[in-house]
Design a protein around this ligand. Sequence first.
Ligand code: AMP
Length: 426
Amino acid sequence: MAPRRIENRTALKTSEAGQEPSQAADSVSLSRPRVSLGTSVLQSSNAAGLAAASSLLSGPIAAATAGPLRIILAGPPGGGKGTQSDFIQERWGAAHLSTGEMLREEVKNDTELGRQAKEYMDRGELVPDDIILKLVRSRIEKEESFILDGFPRSIPQAEGLDQMLTEMNKPLTSMIMLDVDDEVIVKRLLARGRADDTEDVIRNRLKVYHEQTEPAIAHYRRQGLVESVPAAGSIETTRDLVLDRIEKRLEGAAPTLETALSSSSLAAAPAVPGHSARAFLQEIDSLVEAGKTPYAPGWTEEQRSEVTEKTRSLIQEALVHAPEASVGQLARAAKLQADHTVEEVSASPRLVRLGVGSAVLGLSAAAVGLWQGAPAVAAVGATVAAAGLLTGALNWKGAERFTELAKALGGTRDLLEGWSVTLAQS
Ligand code: AMP
């Protein structure tokens, strides 16, 4: 299957029913929810599932889906962009274009550009936009498929990129946003120990990320191109989520929102001032009454009604637990729940190993007990074995279920955040 191009980059807006989106009188853009509960080969996060999935991926499937894939990989420094790029590259064969790598190469070769860039890099600041844009243009020109890693990192870079991609007629597939909390990043980067990885520089890079790069992400969120992936868990868990989101984007699959927010996540999410969820619900109702539904390229009327209905029921349910919630708070609750879920996913394989390990020990003890004619030892051994097997089995299943949940929650968050970005602006 050749990847489907998403030609219309104003991905999702409310349009008059039956009208082309470009003719819509007033538009509300929101990010395209992309929740994958379908039939991906990458559904399970257990060891056997992963092994099967990777063998499938290196086989004929990868070749069959080759085609233009243009991804921006965004996320904080140390969020795992390089690692995840490799997986995407392996799967679809797109060129990996990392501005950080390109700059380090220039510094190493002691070029004029390298000398200019080095002082910014050493301080953890952004290298000036014109240098970066010049650097990437020549590379993007040569590639049909590419993964942009660490670029664009500011609004001028995003606008520069948009302009060159329009000129070259190379529309983006999506932006994958690897979502990791600052404290996790600091720990990870200190462990990595690169020359520009001292705690002060790391904190400065995070500050720069929040101040300059996040607005660029919001720029693409408004175009409906962003897929947030919770990335605090294991590399494999994140990989499954990333590949699955891209796969679904290429398929242009129907949006679904399969999950509700738990009341504990809602209670834990800090109240954020802003658009109230209740008022937002009323707005959705009045939009529907006026015959408008959310729009994304390739969506059928049915999918548009479905997404409206899912948004309504999600918010209605959340309001039962948190009557005063704002849209931003719901988005944060979805993020909290997603992070928690990812932690559980990464813990599960360990529990599987623990369970299987204790089952083996228990069975050995039971065998020894029986062999030596000591029924008490045999009984204890058998109990340990049964408990171990149960732990293993439960967590094996649990890992799969949690991965599904994490994907669904990522979609919930994209949906809510997309709406809130739009409404905050209007
Ligand atoms: P990275 O390896 O992506 O973390 O980049 C390392 C350093 O290179 C950053 O801290 C910046 O100083 C610089 N850099 C990389 N990409 C960009 C970019 N797109 N814009 C500005 N500076 C960049």
